[in-house]
Design a protein around this ligand. Structure first.
Ligand code: PCA
Length: 210
């Protein structure tokens, strides 16, 4: 199988982005499957990502972004049809209350096996939970556009988004995670997704009340 995994450039006041710092350390192969790692810009434009989807014809797409301030790895379950940027992107563009795709659904769900992923991360002692919002900035935009592209073109690709915390070097007072643990977590997520490529997700408790 071909697996496309992306990380982001730094944005805002940050000098590095924990997503790319960890994605770039992943191997090029796992259990006979190819892993293609691609760095994408923090802009409200997915041209580079779509080009790479066409180039690698992936069976699985795992998009990774930094969620500075969150603790643990969060598996995003849903992307919404809304751009509402709190800061300008790296091209100095700041959409407010924009619909992403006029002919798109209000939302798309991740097609990664989110429950099985959480289960396996916990077995590996990696702090993780499901998240029901990827925000309204570039990460949500990228997740939404990826799922829209797959849906509109009827592609047989499992795809979703993972937010990772800051690295310890990025913050004095916010939660963070060691890079070894983020990399271990991403490997577990890739393995679980490979195992579930043709299977339904595990039906296990993992929802949230608030
Ligand atoms: N995090 C931002 C954009 C890029 C990144 O790594 C976000 O969560 O939208």
């Amino acid at each position: 199988m071909n697996i496309l995994i992306t990380g982001f450039e730094p944005f805002g006041k940050d000098e590095i982005n924990s997503s790319w710092e960890s994605v770039k350390l992943l191997p090029n192969e796992l259990k006979g499957n190819n892993i293609y790692k691609v760095l994408i810009p923090v802009v409200f434009n997915v041209d580079k990502l779509i080009e790479n989807i066409k180039k690698y014809s992936p069976d699985i797409i795992i998009l990774v972004g930094q969620a500075g301030g969150r603790n643990g790895i969060t598996i995003e379950r849903v992307a919404i049809n809304l751009d509402d940027a709190i800061i300008p992107d790296n091209n100095n563009y700041q959409p407010i209350d924009n619909t992403i795709k006029l002919d798109g659904e209000n939302a798309y769900f991740s097609t990664l096996p989110v429950k099985a992923i959480i289960n396996n991360l916990k077995d590996n002692d990696i702090e993780a939970r499901i998240s029901y919002t990827a925000g309204t900035y570039v990460c949500n935009h990228v997740m939404y556009n990826t799922l829209y592209h797959i849906n509109k073109n009827n592609l047989d690709i499992k795809a979703g988004f993972i937010h990772v915390p800051y690295l310890p070097t990025q913050t004095m007072d916010k939660p963070s995670m060691k890079i070894e643990d983020i990399v271990k977590g991403l490997l577990s997520i890739i393995e679980t997704t490979i195992d579930y490529r043709k299977k339904e997700d595990s039906k296990i408790i993992g929802g949230t009340i608030y």
